[in-house]
Design a protein around this ligand. Structure first.
Ligand SMILES: *Cc1c(COP(=O)(O)O)cnc(C)c1O
Length: 410
């Protein structure tokens, strides 16, 4: 088994190690929840201060022009595009992930008017299921949502299917689906493919161009560290631009918003998917948060992520044999950047870990979830986290009565 000294030696030669200094993490904290809410970075603080103190305080309304505020959703989309393998002009940062999905689902339904089925999977995130059912309900024709088991996808693909919507990395188990393979299967029956990248963007390399993905959406507060509730993003392949309609139009997606025309005429490109005034302060945080990607590639992040997660799995199995069941696939190609452990008292385990300064989270019914963000995590953090886990299990802290009642956010 690897020793703590050997972990420290890995940190000493880690090319990503200096990036940790860009982030604010309270002393001693081992943060394994960057897959839920990433930490604040120095660049994010600086950028938001500049926007508030100069562009807003001094420039006031003039900044819509002089500071380029109107172009922020497309400009940040272009900054984000390389992280998902998209071209400039194919990504927009606006709204939230669920709203982004609504726009893409609504648009896709009107591109396949002769088809009436949407497929998604039963293990998908509940918000994704709510919004896909709502968009089907409010469609201008009868549309059926089939919420199927993952392994039944092929059996359900036929010429009735208009759209398939799947989340690329499972939020519970961390399983990663085959982006290119599934997209090709879906295209084979003439359906459209929409991917949710909530747990993928900033965590694993994505190639929407190579995989021929039609549409995708994601959020920016997880591995992209854009801050609580930061705006989401949508991707629309260039061949669908000018074709896919925005079902939630607003004045700022109009070709000429300041002509105040009563008839809607969409702007060119991704601007057509803008509805409302951009959230300039929130976008400023994200703008700063994206600076770290000027210094590191997603491939380097992925390489370290796989070593961190392998290390965590190996240490848990060596130190606590038989205590947890691994819910995350071991194969690298089938794993995102989190490790999920099943245990009957997972909620108590996670809470007891938090008391010891190791932050993970709990997902119903029995999953203790640990996210590994290579931008700021050290190998020794993984070692120490497992030592704390051993301490919790050996002391039976996780069985304490104070963990019997769950908090609102788990
Ligand atoms: C985090 C997450 C969301 C959250 O959606 P918001 O609209 O940004 O609150 C949705 N779907 C998945 C799969 C997620 O992991």
């Amino acid at each position: 088994m690897i020793s703590r000294d050997e972990c420290a030696a890995l940190d000493a030669v880690d090319p990503l190690a200096p990036l940790r200094e860009e982030f604010t993490l309270a002393g001693g904290l081992i943060y394994l929840d960057g897959n839920s809410l990433g930490p604040v970075s120095r660049a994010a603080r600086e950028r938001v201060t500049q926007v508030i103190d100069h562009e807003w305080a001094e420039g006031l309304v003039k900044s819509w022009n002089s500071a380029g505020w109107m172009a922020t959703p497309t400009r940040l989309g272009d900054r984000l595009a390389p992280l998902i393998g998209a071209h400039a002009g194919e990504v927009l940062v606006a709204d939230t992930l669920t709203i982004g999905l609504a726009k893409l689902i609504g648009g896709a339904l009107s591109l396949r008017r002769d088809r009436h089925v949407i497929l998604t999977e039963i293990a998908n995130f509940h918000s994704d299921i709510y919004i896909v059912r709502a968009m089907a309900h409010f469609a201008d024709r009868d549309v059926v949502v089939r919420t199927i088991a993952r392994e039944d996808l092929a059996a359900n693909l036929d010429s009735d299917v208009a759209l398939v919507m799947l989340t690329h990395v499972d939020f519970r188990t961390g399983e990663m689906l085959d982006l290119a393979g599934i997209t090709a299967q879906v295209h084979d029956v003439g359906a459209l493919m929409l991917w949710d990248f909530a747990h993928s963007a900033g965590a694993v390399p994505l190639d929407v161009t190579g995989a021929n993905v039609d549409f995708a959406a994601g959020c920016t507060y997880k591995y992209l560290n854009g801050g609580p509730g930061s705006p989401g993003f949508i991707y629309v392949r260039s061949s669908f631009q000018g074709v896919l309609e925005n079902p939630i139009p607003g004045w700022l997606g109009h070709a000429r918003p300041f002509d105040f025309e009563l008839d809607y005429a969409p702007a060119a490109g991704m601007q057509a998917f803008v509805t409302s005034s951009p959230s300039i302060v929130a976008l400023a945080v994200l703008d700063g948060a994206l600076d770290v990607w000027n210094r590191v590639t997603i491939d380097a992040v992925r390489a370290k992520s796989l070593v961190l997660t392998d290390l965590f799995i190996d240490l848990v199995e060596a130190r606590l044999p038989g205590v947890f069941t691994l819910a995350t696939p071991r194969e690298h190609a089938r794993r995102g950047s989190q490790v999920s452990l099943r245990h009957p008292q997972s909620y108590g385990v996670v809470q007891a870990m938090i008391e010891r300064g190791v932050v993970g989270d709990f997902r119903d019914p029995d999953i203790a979830r640990f996210g590994f963000a290579p931008l700021y995590l050290r190998y020794v953090d993984v070692y120490d986290a497992v030592e704390h886990l051993v301490g919790v299990i050996e002391s039976e802290d996780h069985l304490a009565p104070r963990f019997a009642v769950r908090q609102a956010v788990t």
